[in-house]
Design a binder for this molecule. Structure first.
Ligand SMILES: C[S@@+](CC[C@H](N)C(=O)[O-])C[C@H]1O[C@@H](n2cnc3c(N)ncnc32)[C@H](O)[C@@H]1O
Length: 304
């Protein structure tokens, strides 16, 4: 069982500053209204009629692939918040002439299919990175701060996105592996690392299928990668994969920031790791923001 070794607890309150999730917020803009031709509308209605007749609660392959094609073709900046994608699609269906009940039912079936679906995660983050090429380049301030105290070793960046933290670690002499479901994120991370002359091993990988190993990593980064409630086993797998004396850094655990950070402490306390730093402050965090102020984060360590 882990322990709260409270060597460093910083609670810095700066009221009135929003948490950074604005990066994911945005206003859904409509695509061209009413542009669907009669045969496509008829085909869509037929598809929905079949799904409804079968009492399906989850989108069919055909419904899903039509939706994904639309996501891929959505213009940059159309959505920056994934929670707006499904209502946005629903609006588009209605604008295209579908009845509002059918459109709502289809959007609900699609959303159901997206839950805990790695293919959707990959699509969704491809969408984010397509719209935000090179936006996420500055390393996280909490990582920068922590790294100053450490001798370089090997690091695993889980859900590394476009590789801002992996590249920074490599530049500091770390031997870095970064994994992400988003192919576009990984391509951009490799490209940027190459441009900067940094060496990273960047792989398109689902962490839930990736062999993390045992006592293998000096550092594991979970930066704005939220462990889903459906995957509680990942905490222990990560704890097992860290070398004795090695660390895990966790930032961006969700909203509301304080409660989700504290809930995260609870989860880690079930593992072998000790919480050596709990840093909570109501400031803008790092994802997509150029800030030198660390966001709320945890640092854990495996006892030697
Ligand atoms: C909010 S982004 C954070 C990216 C990066 N850590 C950063 O701070 O810039 C979360 C990333 O986790 C990735 N991700 C989500 N689920 C994943 C999984 N099961 N395996 C690997 N990567 C995953 C997403 O594709 C996305 O790039």
């Amino acid at each position: 069982m882990g322990a709260l070794v409270a060597v460093d607890i910083a609670i810095i309150i700066q009221p009135g500053v929003d948490f950074p999730w604005g990066i994911l917020a945005g206003t859904a803009r409509e695509t061209g209204r009413g542009a669907m031709n009669v045969s496509r509308r008829a085909a869509l209605s037929a598809m929905i009629a079949v799904a409804s007749a079968r009492g399906q609660t989850i989108a069919t392959d055909e419904e899903w692939s039509t939706f994904i094609a639309w996501v891929r073709n959505s213009p940059p900046g159309m959505f920056s918040n994934q929670s707006e994608v499904f209502p946005g699609y629903q609006k588009k269906l209605i604008a295209d002439g579908l009845g509002s009940t059918d459109a709502a039912a289809l959007a609900a079936r699609l959303q159901e299919r997206s839950v805990d679906n790695p293919k959707w995660t990959a699509e969704n983050f491809d969408r984010v990175y397509r719209q935000a090429a090179d936006r996420f380049v500055k390393p996280d301030a909490s990582l920068v701060e922590m790294i100053r105290l450490l001798r370089p070793g090997n690091a695993l960046d889980i859900g590394m996105g476009q590789g801002r933290n992996a590249i920074f670690l490599a530049q500091q002499g770390w031997d870095v592996t970064g994994i992400d479901l988003s192919e576009l994120g990984v391509i951009e991370a490799r490209e940027r690392a190459r441009r900067l002359g940094a060496r990273i091993d960047a792989r398109v990988q689902d962490v839930f299928r990736f062999d993390l190993g045992e006592k293998q990593w000096d550092l594991i980064c979970l930066m704005y990668f939220i462990i889903p409630a459906s995957q509680p086993g990942l905490y222990q797998r990560i704890a097992t994969a860290v070398r004795p004396g090695g660390r895990v850094i966790v930032e961006g655990t969700g909203i509301p920031p304080l409660q989700t950070l504290l809930a995260e402490v609870d989860k880690w306390l079930q593992t072998k790791l000790h919480v050596i730093k709990l840093d909570y402050r109501e400031v803008q965090g790092g994802w997509g923001r150029s800030t030198d102020v660390p966001g709320p984060h945890l640092i854990l360590q495996r006892p030697v």
